[in-house]
Ligand binder design. Structure first.
Ligand code: TXA
Ligand code: MG
Length: 324
């Protein structure tokens, strides 16, 4: 029994916020059964109050506490992937508050795999409403230090569970209609879910056709404050040289396989060439370079293949401009 877990439990039972480690990103948690406590999450994040939050539970045994008319597919997925980076959208039990569901008739449920948070949830008994522990629209945190920097004293306790092992948020699957739908790609690959279900997932994605994306116009999310430009390695190298001629300070974030010894930017960073390792490093890299030291971040786009789906989804939302 960790003393910090005792402290976290006392705070949560008193309606206070606690930042919790999960395998995906850190969450900002409150007692899901206490609407005032949940409202505090929205206030601290600066998040619009009609956005639903995920309820974190210890495991599949608690599904019926929060959801009703649970289809067999949900139980199969929970069995296969929980605890883990998968969120299921299901019809809510009537007691689940609008503060959690954003006024919808559905609830998002997930059993996270991090041992500290698993112990916390098992002892808490109830559910913890927790969005990612970042200000609205900003890059998600993957270390306790990121959370402390983001919120300072506004969050009374940050449980430090080390760096997150997955690094991008959970995959969200909706099972409220007859066809299962992928609402957000994430830590569990789409193909793994399709294999368990024995059927394809429909992917609901907002069309993103604009070459230039203006922060705030399209849904800018997961975004650094410094302008982030994505494109092919070759194009970005030219852009780095051009911007530097104009006196800009530029960081180039390239895939390690294409990094060469001559760095055309003010600073060059190399990223892992496999999607799992890349995902783990992505947010920490963006945060590290987003301190005001650079005017522009140029990021080489990973391949547009299925194993990169979750990473490419986050990059699309984080990007201000695309150059390809
Ligand atoms: O990995 C994760 O999922 C992390 C960790 C902390 O668990 N959480 C996370 O929460 O990413 P957040 O709030 O940043 O993103 C949750 C997403 C939002 O896009 C929200 O709209 C969607 O889940 N969501 C939650 N409940 C929903 C519902 N009832 N119907 C549809 N979407 C829902
Ligand atoms: Mg978030």
């Amino acid at each position: 029994m960790t003393p910090l877990i005792d402290e976290a439990l006392a705070l949560l039972r008193a309606g206070k916020l606690v930042a919790i480690p999960t395998e995906t990103v850190y969450g900002l948690a409150a007692d899901a059964a206490n609407p005032q406590a949940v409202a505090r999450i929205f206030a601290v994040k600066g998040r619009p109050s009609d956005h639903p939050v995920i309820v974190h539970i210890a495991g599949a045994a608690q599904l019926d506490d929060w959801a009703r008319e649970i289809p067999e597919a949900a139980r199969k997925l929970a069995e296969a992937f929980w605890p883990g980076p998968l969120t299921l959208i299901l019809k809510r039990q009537p007691h689940v508050s609008d503060a959690v569901t954003g006024g919808q008739d559905t609830v998002g449920l997930r059993a996270p795999a991090h041992p500290l948070t698993h112990e916390l949830l098992a002892r808490f008994g109830g559910g913890l409403a927790a969005p990612s522990a970042n200000k609205f629209g900003h890059v998600s945190p993957t270390t306790a230090e990121h959370v402390c920097k983001e919120f300072g004293d506004a969050v009374p306790l940050v449980l430090d569970g080390g760096p997150c092992t997955v690094g991008v948020e959970s995959t969200i699957v909706s099972l409220v209609s007859d066809t299962p739908m992928l609402l957000r790609p994430g830590g569990v690959p789409r193909e793994a879910i399709e294999a368990v279900l024995g059927q394809k997932l429909e992917h609901h994605q907002k069309p993103q056709t604009a070459k230039m994306r203006v922060s705030g116009l399209l849904d800018s999310h997961y975004a650094p404050r410094t302008t982030l430009v994505t494109g092919s390695g070759e194009r970005l190298r030219e852009e780095a040289l051009r911007l530097r001629k104009n006196g800009e300070r530029v960081a180039l974030i390239a895939l390690e396989i294409t990094v060469s010894s001559d760095c055309p930017a003010t600073h060059c960073e190399s990223m892992p060439a496999t999607p799992v390792d890349y995902a783990r490093a992505l947010y920490a890299t963006l945060r590290k370079l987003d301190t005001g030291e650079f005017d522009t971040l140029l990021l080489e786009s990973p391949p547009a293949t299925p194993e990169w789906l979750a990473v490419n989804d986050r990059l699309l939302r984080a990007t201000h401009w695309r150059l390809d």
